[in-house]
Design a protein around this ligand. Structure first.
Ligand code: SF4
Length: 292
């Protein structure tokens, strides 16, 4: 980059562009030639947050409620998706998105140290399953077993998720499973806002690359991240919602079901709605198909 700014600003611009490049974004900045970009314009370009809409609320008063997630109109057999007004997004406006692959996203992630969760992890848990899956499950973050193996949902909660998937008439290899953050939070705490903000752009790229018919959010962290809301999951669990033109269902996390087995019935009802959309009949030999 030619030097047209004070050294400190030049360094900031270069650092930020390098960060975007790590994320696979390279087409949003155009050098129109000497003298065409003033300092103000340059600062505007490089200070654009990567995924602003999700975390815009940090600038709002604490009492300002976030809007409810967009619901899909009910009544019709195949109701049209309620697509919100276009939101400027670097991921949606570059040609790079269309060429993105899980392999490329994994390469861009590298041995990531972008947030403080890298300090305690053993293995990055990127995601696992069919890169062309019609159904993607999104959880919160890796636990101890996942951290040790580098695979999502392989502990007790993962076994329950596997039962749920099989009850739907699928195998794990048919779906894709990933998390909002890819490194284990210490003591299995919920990921913090800055960690979600730093890691979730990679999740968004994964979802765009896979382009599933249905996304199932397991638990409130996944749902609140993708739906850009701070409302509790109980307000919209089991309803069809919209995420970037795709159908999204939020349901309880399998770990919650381990502590509250009576909620399995509610989750099964949610999954049956997913099965209806995907044309799944459920596990053969088990009409109810309900995981025990
Ligand atoms: S959680 Fe995500 S952003 Fe943070 S270090 Fe791990 S991979 Fe990087």
């Amino acid at each position: 980059m030619p030097e047209r700014f004070p050294a400190s600003l030049q360094q900031k611009i270069e650092d930020r562009l390098r960060y975007y490049e790590d994320l696979g974004i390279r087409l949003f900045y155009t050098d129109r030639g000497p003298g065409s970009v003033n300092f103000g314009a340059a600062e505007e370009v490089v200070s654009t947050p990567l995924h602003t809409p999700v975390f815009e609320e940090t600038a709002l008063p604490k009492t300002t409620p976030k809007p409810a997630p967009a619901k899909i109109a009910s009544g019709a057999a195949h109701p049209p998706l309620v697509v919100p007004p276009a939101v400027p997004s670097l991921f949606e406006t570059t040609e790079k998105v269309n060429d993105d692959t899980l392999l490329k996203i994994r390469e861009d992630l590298g041995e990531c140290t972008r947030c403080k969760l890298h300090k305690g992890r053993n293995k990055i848990v990127f995601g696992d399953g069919n890169p062309r899956a019609e159904l993607v499950f999104v959880g919160e973050g890796p636990g101890a077993d996942e951290d040790a193996q580098g695979l999502p949902f392989v502990g007790r909660a993962g076994k329950l998720l596997t039962q749920m998937i099989e009850a739907m008439g699928l195998q794990r290899k048919d779906v894709y499973i990933c998390n909002v953050v890819k490194c284990r939070p210490p003591e299995n705490r919920a990921p913090e806002k800055d960690e979600v903000q730093t890691c979730s752009p990679f999740l968004l790229r994964q979802l765009d690359a896979i382009a599933p018919k249905v996304i199932v959010c397991l638990g409130s962290v996944a749902a609140q991240t993708l739906l850009e809301t701070n409302r509790g999951i109980s307000h919209f669990r089991g309803e069809w919602l919209e995420f970037r033109g795709r159908k999204l269902m939020a349901t309880y996390h399998p770990a919650y079901l381990l502590r509250n087995p009576s909620a399995k019935g509610e989750v099964w009802k949610d999954l049956q709605k997913v099965m209806a959309v995907l044309g799944l009949q459920g596990k053969k030999g088990s009409p109810a198909g309900k995981p025990s």
